[in-house]
Design a protein around this ligand. Structure first.
Ligand SMILES: Nc1nc2c(ncn2[C@@H]2O[C@H](COP(=O)(O)OP(=O)(O)OP(=O)(O)O)[C@@H](O)[C@H]2O)c(=O)[nH]1
Ligand SMILES: [K+]
Ligand SMILES: [Mg+2]
Length: 367
């Protein structure tokens, strides 16, 4: 039996198994098996094209955003509208057959936007160009799931499921579980809080399915068996995701309003250029980037386009030093910071100080 058939069989069994206390462990075991087969599906098979089968597009700029959606939802129209790149748009499905990169310029950052072929149900199993598209999605810093607002709401769930199947976790953080395989000693299981979704017996069963008999496990959050499996497999990709509903010119204002209230969601019309500025703001927000201005002592800060430093939120003065010059940290004396990250502007800070959006920094160094 092929892996796909095994997966289908287990999925059928999960579907017909009633969910209750008595079947809890059986379901947990089935899920562990499912995850095992699915991850085998992702491993390169050695056949031609299995390795690096994504589209070869160089990463460039400060961040990368991948456009995922069914055919003809308007992905190429969005790329052609937001960037200077033209990607062919047409009313027929599968107009786009490769990966087309464009650049969104925003707050001095260059954000690479990737237009991709439409994917269909079963993409994760290799239907259409699904695998290649998903391989690109894994390399992105943000996924945009684009839907046609005038079509069925199930698009969103279907796409989520495709990405979920290949180990991509959207808008989730890595489960806070410590897991360390050992040479001997059996299972040492602990938790820092009461667990309501998983317990030692379940953990042990899942581990046996992966032939792990000696290890240390510490739950630091009330995680589910699925989350524990994610930790064992250790090949999950946690990515932020924005849901973009296009073609709102085709639906009623009530429907637009309803969609717009969903979490992580933006409603737009590419053709009528509605709400696109808001979309770019949301992209920036979900990428969790910050812009920092530098200034020399006694000079005005440089607020010019392209003069800002683009960094990840949470970056410290030390990170700023590194991105200015590699020897900066060694010569660092202190920094003066203006902006929301400090109580007084300017304030003298050290290397560990965390920078915030639009702060200005002047680094004072030993000569
Ligand atoms: N009504 C309406 N139509 C739109 C809008 N945006 C795009 N379209 C139309 O939708 C069709 C498909 O657009 P594309 O940009 O080619 O869609 P795609 O998602 O790139 O399609 P594939 O590359 O085939 O997957 C075209 O006929 C567009 O003119 C919009 O905001 N409103
Ligand atoms: K199209
Ligand atoms: Mg297209």
């Amino acid at each position: 039996m092929g892996i796909l058939e095994k997966i289908a069989e287990i999925e059928r069994e999960v579907a017909r198994t009633q969910k209750n206390k008595a079947t809890e462990y059986h379901l947990g075991l089935l899920k562990a098996k499912l995850a095992k087969y699915r991850s085998q599906l992702l491993e390169p098979t050695g056949k031609a094209g299995a390795k690096g089968e994504g589209f070869d597009v160089m990463k460039s700029g400060d961040a990368r955003v991948a456009l995922i959606g069914f055919p003809s939802v308007g992905k190429s129209t969005l790329l052609s509208t937001l960037t200077e790149t033209e990607s062919e748009c047409a009313s027929y499905e599968f107009t786009t057959l490769t990966c087309i990169p464009g650049v969104i310029q925003h707050k001095g950052a260059n954000i690479q936007l990737l237009d991709l072929p439409g994917i269909i149900e079963g993409a994760a199993q290799g239907k259409g160009r699904g695998r290649q598209v998903i391989a690109v999605a894994r390399t992105a810093d943000l996924v945009i799931i684009m839907c046609d607002a005038s079509k069925s709401h199930s698009q969103r769930e279907l796409l989520e499921k495709e990405l979920e199947t290949v180990g991509i976790r959207l808008n989730q953080t890595k489960p806070n579980i410590y897991f360390k395989p050992k040479k001997a000693g059996g299972l040492s299981f602990n938790s820092t809080l009461p667990l309501t979704k998983c317990n030692e017996k379940m953990v042990q069963m899942i581990l046996h399915e992966y032939k792990i008999f000696n290890c240390e496990v510490l739950f630091r959050e009330d995680a589910t068996p699925d989350q524990f499996i994610d930790v064992i497999l250790d090949n999950r990709k946690y990515l932020p995701c924005l849901y973009v509903y296009n073609k709102i010119d085709q639906i009623s204002i009530e429907e637009v309003d309803k969609l717009a209230r969903e979490p992580h969601t933006v409603v737009v019309s590419c053709n009528m250029k509605l709400n696109l500025d808001y979309l770019v703001d949301k992209v920036w927000e979900h990428l969790d980037l910050i812009r920092i201005f530098t200034k020399r002592r006694g000079a005005r800060p440089d607020f010019g386009e392209g003069e800002a430093l683009i960094m990840r939120n949470g970056s410290t003065v030390e990170h700023v030093c590194h991105s200015v010059h590699r020897t900066m940290v060694e010569k660092f004396k202190y920094a003066l910071v203006w902006g929301t990250s400090v109580k007084f502007s300017p304030q003298r800070v050290g290397l560990q100080h965390k920078m915030e959006q639009d702060d200005v920094i002047c680094i004072v160094s030993n000569l």
